[in-house]
Design a protein around this ligand. Structure first.
Ligand SMILES: Nc1ncnc2c1ncn2[C@@H]1O[C@H](COP(=O)(O)OP(=O)(O)OP(=O)(O)O)[C@@H](O)[C@H]1O
Length: 808
């Protein structure tokens, strides 16, 4: 341990030097009134420079800046890589003597960021560098040059302990003439046994070989990762983001998007990348927050979610996007909107009474014209006034002209027969209105000279378009539609019935309308997670007004002009940065989808739009899918990922659940996906799952008592997983038990883990949706130590309290 302490001291001394250097550089640049240029620092110096910058944070927030070491035999060749380490993976033929003794030729320390000493010799190798790969890849079966692999536990500047694994136990190796010591009994098990908190830890010191292959897979095209619960898919996805940035920072300056199923999982995983020394360029977003300005957390009931997620919605939305204008046509009043901007007029909000009595306000945007969703909106506060849209009356050249409803209808149909987004068709509609009025005016034949005729026509147009009656009519008759407004319009059962004819059945259409009616007539109500994908689709169908272009995010290492931003004076939080990046970007260079099995076809389309030019990493487990139609989702997924070549990996080891819990969960897997294999659990605790059965009346008291019991038995967190409809109830049951325990709806438990869990009424969870058994499988695989299953009457528990679903 003393050896490692000595090394760590050296590392910190070097980092301090680099901080001083960085400060000097900054001051110097400021003094000379100029700043650095791209490439002013050599790449490797820049790395050390960055290490200096991050030192304080890593030091304060994360326990182990330096976490690993490998002792290596001499390699086949004598070449050194850019990180200063020898490149050969295999030992030289004579590295091992006949009597099975060997000398350690090279020792490398691995850490979160690379640090070079003043001679450019590696003091710490970045965990993502090629030279660090043997630390992760080496196994006793295939050890390569590694003799001893050491995990170092340190806190700040202090080494707390070390754990060694011998990769070549048959060798007697010496280091500088002394025998190689072996300390501790395995770092992985120590890591897995630790209590869980409400945030995920990185696994950088114990990445396993099969995981390392995924993390370091070439970025090209699509990397698909399958694996059961607890195999480290989420962890691997996050480490892969950090790895890709390390590999090709310039390329990924285009941004990496990580799509997560729930805000809870976003919050749970948010700290991992900073702990790996990466803060920028990566946006972790919940699938309900992918459209700017939307922060959807509400869940639809399963029957509604099935409709909203289905690819059939594409057709319904197409009809709605065009049909929404019909609310504005005919009748004695129109549905006014904020349009007019494309016609060069200031937007003016108008409201009108629809013929069927429904009141609607299109074009309204809760955030104003430049609000976060950027979809346009009113830009003045003029009081609403009613405009008739069943006829157009204007005065031109001193004559009164009128277009009646049938003519207006015909013009609208002609314009809508084009394929362009509805909002972008407005200028064409305007032109056709003017043509029709021109014809009506009888002025067309007045001049035979084409030049004079054109002049006349142009002054006619000018005459009309400067009239309030005309612009007002156009705004009301062809308002600029916003996605929210159209979605809200779909809350009208009669209208939605028309738009969904021959696509949805009557029951589906009615349920959908009722759900969307909650958005209210102005569309400002709370969105559900599934609504967000519909908004995104509508944005495409309607055509958004062009957004102001924002400056592209600069990579600090490419552009040292922003040196002061690097200094740890005011650190932007991960969330702030993600939000800023998100506001500036709609497409990314790499997209990582976590829990990919849960994306609905509509969500795949939304995610696909954000990565049209991207490379992808897609991780998931079909057995945990809460989507009811896997074939339909697979089709949408293929469309999003395109024809890019795919590289597939499978993770096989369950690091989360002890064997006792994994065994129980496997019974449900067998029912949900017959023939599918469970991942192999690496450890066992000797504690079997506990069963408690109650009558429905006693459920609250029993769940509370079981949660309390588990809180006494574990140091970390306890999760109580219930069917979605019991979420709020369950939170009340647990009131006063403290913040180590949380209540979760089954769909919210996705990806999370707790020291112990209480799963309440398996049958209730399984019966909640067509994918219920798979959702139950997710619920049963959240605990790292202990599991209690509470059964109610509908679970038909046996004498031992074991519910029907979990018996042999
Ligand atoms: N190599 C490793 N070393 C230490 N811990 C690990 C390792 N791999 C995974 N783990 C731990 O195992 C747990 C499960 O990992 P993770 O959540 O990434 O799995 P998952 O495959 O995404 O699971 P699920 O599909 O259930 O969401 C986490 O606590 C993670 O830190």
């Amino acid at each position: 341990m003393g050896v490692e302490q000595h090394h760590l001291d050296q590392v910190y001394r070097r980092l301090e030097e680099k901080i001083h250097e960085a400060e000097f550089l900054m001051n110097d640049a400021a003094k000379r009134g100029q700043v650095g240029t791209p490439g002013a620092l050599a790449e490797r110096d820049a790395q050390v420079f960055r290490a200096g910058i991050h030192l304080n944070r890593l030091n304060n927030e994360f326990e182990d800046f330096l976490f690993g070491r490998v002792d290596l035999l001499r390699g086949k060749d004598g070449q050194k890589g850019p990180d200063g380490a020898f490149t050969s993976v295999e030992p030289a033929d004579d590295a091992i003597r006949d009597d099975r003794t060997a000398e350690i030729a090279e020792t490398l320390h691995i850490g979160r960021i690379g640090v070079l000493d003043s001679d450019y010799a590696p003091l710490v190798i970045d965990w993502r560098a090629p030279a660090a790969a043997p630390f992760y890849r080496s196994t006793p079966v295939d050890p390569g040059r590694v003799v001893r692999r050491r995990v170092i536990r340190s806190k700040g500047r202090k080494v707390l302990g070390v754990e060694d694994d011998l990769m070549r136990p048959e060798l007697t190796a010496t280091l500088d003439g002394d025998p190689l010591a072996v300390i501790g009994d395995g770092a992985l098990m120590a890591a897995l046994g630790q209590a869980r908190s409400h945030t995920m830890r990185d696994i950088v010191s114990s990445i396993q070989a099969e995981q390392d292959l995924v993390i370091r897979a070439p970025a090209a095209s699509v990397t698909e990762v399958a694996g059961g619960p607890g195999t480290g898919k989420t962890a691997v996805a996050l480490h892969r983001a950090a790895y890709l940035l390390y590999q090709d920072r310039r390329r990924y300056a285009g941004g990496i998007l990580i799509v997560s199923p729930t805000p809870l999982l976003v919050a749970y995983t948010e700290g991992v990348l900073p702990s790996l020394g990466e803060e920028g360029q990566v946006a972790i977003r919940a699938v309900g927050s992918l459209v700017d300005g939307a922060e959807a957390t509400a869940y639809d009931e399963p029957a509604v979610a099935r409709v909203k997620g289905s690819a059939r919605m594409i057709r319904v939305l197409r009809h709605a996007a065009r049909g929404a204008l019909e609310g504005a046509s005919g009748g004695s009043g129109g549905t006014g909107g904020s349009g007019g901007r494309s016609a060069g007029q200031g937007g003016r909000q108008r409201q009108g009474q629809l013929r069927d009595g429904a009141q609607l306000a299109f074009g309204e945007d809760p955030d104003g014209p430049d609000g976060p969703d950027g979809l346009g909106g009113p830009d003045d506060d003029e009081p609403a006034r009613t405009v008739r849209t069943d006829r157009l009356r204007v005065v031109a050249f001193g004559r009164r002209l009128e277009l009646a409803e049938p003519e207006l209808h015909r013009i609208r149909q002609t314009v809508l027969s084009g394929t362009a987004p509805v909002n972008l068709l407005r200028p064409r509609a305007r032109r056709l209105l003017l043509d029709a009025l021109w014809t009506k005016s009888g002025s067309a034949g007045r001049h035979t000279d084409p030049e004079l005729a054109a002049e006349l026509r142009s002054s006619f147009d000018e005459d009309i378009t400067s009239e309030d009656d005309f612009t007002g009519f156009l705004d009301a008759w062809w308002p600029e539609l916003t996605p929210r407004a159209v979605l809200a319009a779909m809350g009208d059962e009669r209208r939605l019935g028309r738009w969904s004819r021959r696509v949805l059945n009557q029951g589906e259409s009615r349920r959908l309308a009722r759900s969307l009616a909650r958005l209210g007539p102005d569309g400002k109500g709370a969105l559900s997670v599934h609504d967000v994908a519909l908004l995104d689709e509508l944005e495409m169908l309607l055509g958004a007004p062009p957004r102001p272009r924002k400056r592209r995010e600069l990579d600090p290492l490419d552009q040292l002009t922003g040196l002061e931003e690097l200094m740890p004076t005011r650190e932007e939080t991960q969330r702030e940065r993600a939000e800023r990046l998100a506001a500036e970007r709609t497409e990314y260079a790499h997209v990582i989808v976590d829990e990919a099995q849960d994306l609905t076809p509509m969500q795949w389309r939304m995610v696909g739009r954000r990565g049209r030019q991207a490379t992808w990493t897609v991780v998931g487990d079909a057995a945990q899918s809460s989507w009811s139609d896997p074939d339909e989702a697979a089709e949408a997924r293929d469309e999003a990922l395109g024809t890019r070549p795919r590289r597939r990996f499978t993770l096989t080891v369950n690091y989360r659940n002890p064997a006792e819990i994994a065994e129980l969960a496997a019974k449900v897997l067998h029912l949900a996906m017959p023939g599918m294999e469970s991942p192999r659990a690496v450890r066992s605790t000797g504690v079997r799952p506990r069963f408690a059965a109650v009558g429905d009346g006693d459920l609250a008291a029993t769940v509370r008592e079981e949660a309390r019991r588990l809180l006494e038995r574990v140091d970390g967190t306890v999760g109580v997983v219930v069917a979605m409809h019991r979420r709020e109830q369950a939170a009340r049951w647990l009131a006063g038990l403290g913040d180590r325990v949380v209540a979760l709806g089954s769909l919210e438990a996705k990806g999370l883990e707790y020291d112990a869990t209480v799963v309440v009424s398996p049958a209730d969870i399984a019966d909640e949706s067509p994918a219920g058994l798979r959702v139950l499988y997710v619920a049963l695989t959240r605990a790292t130590q202990q599991l209690t299953v509470v059964s109610a009457a509908r679970d038909e528990p046996d004498a031992d309290g074991v519910p029907d679903l979990l018996r042999e």
